[in-house]
Ligand binder design. Structure first.
Ligand SMILES: Nc1ncnc2c1ncn2[C@@H]1O[C@H](COP(=O)(O)OP(=O)(O)O)[C@@H](O)[C@H]1O
Length: 288
């Protein structure tokens, strides 16, 4: 088992919040050295170590805000993996393993999966990536509790946390408009948001993100995208995940980004605040 996996798991069960870098993990002795102790002894990554690897970013935001859309576009642009814990949970649900039975009710009621289970799924995904030589990541949907943020802090250095924000009155519509192509797995959104400006408040227009004709007849809706479940997910976000914003705000890592509209309006502005430039070939890739 990869060193990183062991450390994440041991942190999840022991609550260790020590800091360790990926490069230190790679050189960690493989035997006879308790993982928790290794984490406590490891020095924080140096500036040089950080400069030598790809970015390690986190995307936060309410259900329906568009974390997946923007995280996925950025991951293509930067050539780093986009790791969404919601996708890992759905993969597990689609399997016939014993965990799938345990997860189905939790997810379909809009509740959070336990920190231990989610850390286990993330650890497995990260160690697969490590084996393939992946470097850097954009995490989407993790951490969602302060405990998860502390566990992550103990094993990895997060450079930047992007907090995507969208006016509350459109989040529900965005969630209810979500569709997935059952064949290619791509995400779309049928909602057309058109809020008129009122009392000095600007209006907002977000065009739908329509599928190509080949996907149109294969669209499915996530079982947890019903009005009742979305309400519960928004409530849980406020209770459990909003404190994570404060956790990173205190560290000076939080970048607040208010989405001004749909993708055509928001994407260039997001790139601008991240000081990123999009080349023509990346534009074509992101538009595909
Ligand atoms: N970090 C996490 N901690 C606990 N549960 C999670 C986490 N990430 C995903 N889940 C589970 O997977 C479900 C779907 O996650 P996701 O696709 O990220 O949803 P959303 O659209 O609400 O952001 C969540 O409602 C939750 O049950």
């Amino acid at each position: 088992m990869a060193a990183l996996t062991r450390l994440l798991r041991s942190a999840a069960t022991s609550g260790s919040t020590a800091r360790i870098s990926l490069s230190t993990l790679a050189s960690e002795p493989k035997t006879g050295f308790p993982a928790g102790l290794a984490a406590r002894l490891a020095p924080a990554p140096t500036r040089k170590e950080r400069d030598e690897r790809n970015v390690q970013w986190v995307f936060l935001g309410c259900p329906g805000v568009g974390k997946g859309t923007y995280a996925s576009r950025l991951s293509q642009l930067l050539g780093i993996p986009h790791i969404a814990t919601g996708d890992l949970v759905r993969e597990e649900l689609a399997s016939t393993g014993p965990l799938s039975q345990k997860l189905v009710d939790i997810v379909n009621q809009g509740k959070l999966v336990s920190d231990e289970i989610i850390v286990e799924l993330l650890s497995k995904r990260l160690s697969k990536g490590e084996e393939k030589g992946e470097s850097g990541f954009i995490l989407d949907g993790f951490p969602r509790t302060v405990r998860q943020a502390e566990i992550l802090e103990g094993v990895m250095d997060i450079d930047l946390v992007v907090n995507l924000k969208l006016r509350k009155d459109v989040l529900m519509e965005k969630c209810l408009g979500r569709r997935i192509c059952s064949e290619c797995g791509k995400n779309f959104n049928l909602a057309r948001i058109n809020v008129e400006g009122q009392n000095g408040q600007p209006g907002m227009y977000m065009p739908p993100l329509l599928p190509p004709s080949g996907c149109m007849t294969k669209l499915i809706t996530r079982a947890d995208d019903t009005e009742e479940v979305v309400k519960e997910r928004l409530r849980i976000y406020n209770d459990m995940s909003q404190p994570v914003e404060e956790f990173y705000r205190r560290q000076g890592k939080l970048l607040e980004f208010d989405l001004p509209g749909g993708i055509p309006e928001s994407w260039p502005k997001l790139l601008q605040v991240l000081s990123l430039e999009e080349h023509d070939e990346d534009k074509q890739l992101a538009a595909a």
